[in-house]
Design a binder for this molecule. Sequence first.
Ligand code: FDA
Length: 308
Amino acid sequence: MSIARSLLLRAADSHWLAGQMARRSFAKRAVRRFMPGERLEDALDAAATLARSSIGSLVTHLGEALRTEDEARAVRDHYLGTFDTIHQRGLATWVSVKPTQLGLDLSPDLCRRYLLEVADKAESTGSSLWLDMEDSRYVDRTIELYRAMKLRHPKAGIAIQAYLRRTPKDLQALLDVKPLVRLVKGAYAEPVSVAFAEKRETDLAFFDLGRQLLEAAARGQATAIFGTHDLVLIARLIDAAKRLQVPPSGYEIHMLYGIRAADQVQLAREGHPVKTLISYGSAWFKWYMRRLAERPANVWFVMKTMVT
Ligand code: FDA
């Protein structure tokens, strides 16, 4: 991992910096590059605009590692209302959540109950609920939650991370529930015993896992979603899909709001199913630091915003 990436990921845990950034107007302006606004309405307005370019959407309310059960309950209530709002606006938007937002650190049973309530709501409003994958301490518990969710909700999905050494085994084990899998590279600071240190290794693993997902999709055993902005990997996986005769309806490409926006439009124009994950909410600090760490050159953009 590069020094800049490692420093930025470490800075993500700084309460002092989080407090400073939340107060600075330049920081808010810089964050707008990756999120249309802090309110759900901002995210859904962006989703409606993307829909006009045949790009689907997912939304996620920022926030992780809550401290009290009241906070977890408030997140559950927020998401229950979110599905109603999406339905009222006639949008084909899904929702993605982090298990720790629904209280995983406080009580696994409480988290599971809230998650299933939110997943029930997703289904009753014709939408779908997805689980993000957090750092490696949460992988077993997140997969367990996904299995419980998937039993009741066939359209529920989960993210898995190519940089984790354990992921090939996790993917094979998951195939028995016909999972909907969003494969991502992985965004957290992990020890080398757990995750690849070199980007090249992660990229190789991504292609390999992506191909396995497509093979499973060809057998009707999984739905393959590629959550990446890496156009080389995307092109190679689209080629693999053609070779394996997986039709465009058998895979999707997901990217983040504000990153490679023109390529998202171009891929959708070429007939590939594309969705954009749109974040909103005021707890953007940790999430924003991960976006900077993915491309440390983004720090120059922040500095430019500060000066101007
Ligand atoms: P890579 O880092 O190689 O970037 C490829 C190219 O994309 C770069 O050269 C650059 O042009 C552009 N790019 C990438 N990141 C950028 C940025 N921040 N700013 C500007 N340009 C950028 N992670 C996780 O651990 N758990 C999760 O649940 C998720 N969920 C998730 C959902 C979706 C839809 C996406 C797209 C990503 C995630 N991630 C995630 C984040 C993921 O793990 C990874 O950190 C980022 O996607 C960056 O890696 P890329 O695959 O884009 O490749």
